[in-house]
Design a binder for this molecule. Sequence first.
Ligand code: UDX
Length: 488
Amino acid sequence: MSRRPRITVFGTGYLGTAHATCLASLGFRVLGVDIAAGRIAALEAGRLPFYEPGLEPLLRKGLRSGRLGFTTSYPSAAEFGDVHFICVGTPQRPGAPGADLSQFEACFAGLAPLLRRPCLVVGKSTVPPGTAAGYAQRLPVIAPAGAGAELAWNPEFLREGHAVADTLRPDRIVAGVWSDRAEATLRMVYAEPIAAGVPFLATDPATAELVKAAANAFLATKISFINAMAEVCEVTGADVLSLAVALGRDPRIGDAGLRPGLGFGGGCLPKDLRALAAGAAELGAGQALSFLHEIDAINGRRRTRLVDLAREAAGGRLEGRRVGVLGLAFKPGSDDIRDSPALEVAARIRAQGARVAAFDPAAMDLARRVHPDLDYAGSVLGAARDADVLLLLTEWPEFSTADPEVLAKTVARRTVVDARHALDAAVWRACGWDYRAPGRPGTARARGISDDLGTGDSGTPDREDDGITGTGDAELSQAAVACLAAAS
Ligand code: UDX
């Protein structure tokens, strides 16, 4: 293919919309395709149907340039495109751990019979191991173009809230290809990031699809590892924040993904972890990944532990108590409430008879639809009003900078549970708050190394700034380093 390929992107969720918009910004002609007419109409009008910082202006720019368009028509898309990216959702099957590939199957089955000229179909959705090979066999049989229609796999690694940056400058581009032609085409699509130094890793499709699943499983494992250590900290009196900093300083471990707290949620990590374990088991490699069930279980325990902490903080019962909740999205910078730890904790506390007033900067509308039983406040102050206990469940920056002195005047009792370690414990305590956080001693401080965390204790009056980590922390650090290094 000598001219610039024309591109279609099937599925206009976070991934597909970001991919289509970013490729248009790089000068490609791009058509986004979806069966949801309402979504396509919104995108055509320059409106994002979800929250993603920085994406809407780029979408409007693409539309204005005439290079970016949207359609519900598969025949138009098949006629238009040289490279067809499939970015549809692969959610968890209802009531089962495996992936529901019905959207992928419907997209493939709708597109393949329309492919009359040479083209590349590129799977981008996250799928269980072994998926690409099956579709690669079927494609030339179903497509009128025969062997001219080829399959490749090119997983995405974008994080919600960072979709534009992660799409334009990913850490790496992984291209799973069966032919030089497919590799050359993908190199053309990604010429700009490759020229900017992004590594292009060409491999076979079976490996490419597994890279994505394995990356998510590894990230989830890291998060659950530090959260499991938080459980140990709670029985030894060690401090999980100091521990995380000390672990992260080992270059073999690194500090990314070691933020302890309420654990992982969202539309990717939890379901991809389960789909990988279930897929491997179906292929006879279940034992190899049986540890992923424990990773999932540790993650689930965080939510239970937080409800318990809230109950303890509320004086031993939740019934009749007023609980202020800060944060509902599964992470800051997103309105996504899929498998959100924050929303689940809020709902469980409500189910135990507490009155819950919640505030989130972005996720209120979506949360209200799923949980009309919660009260929704218009601000941090509104959520805190008359609260017996205040919970920070998602670490939005505006929560970390909230003034504990001002909040102290609005709550009924100055008790805060900081599930994400986002508040400055010393400052809050200095304002008379009973500050609690999972994995942290009730009275001890993260000493000496806590500045590294950015959000931890920092040079405040009641801090014991002796530059020495407590003995319990150091012992546990060593044990944890050895354990994680052995696992990796
Ligand atoms: C993730 C992967 O990072 C991305 O590469 C993949 O393409 C899709 O899934 P995302 O779901 O957007 O992206 O969120 P991420 O930033 O990875 O966070 C996932 C969850 O883990 C969030 O709930 C977050 O709060 C939690 N988390 C993350 C922690 O609890 N501790 C950490 O140290 C990091």
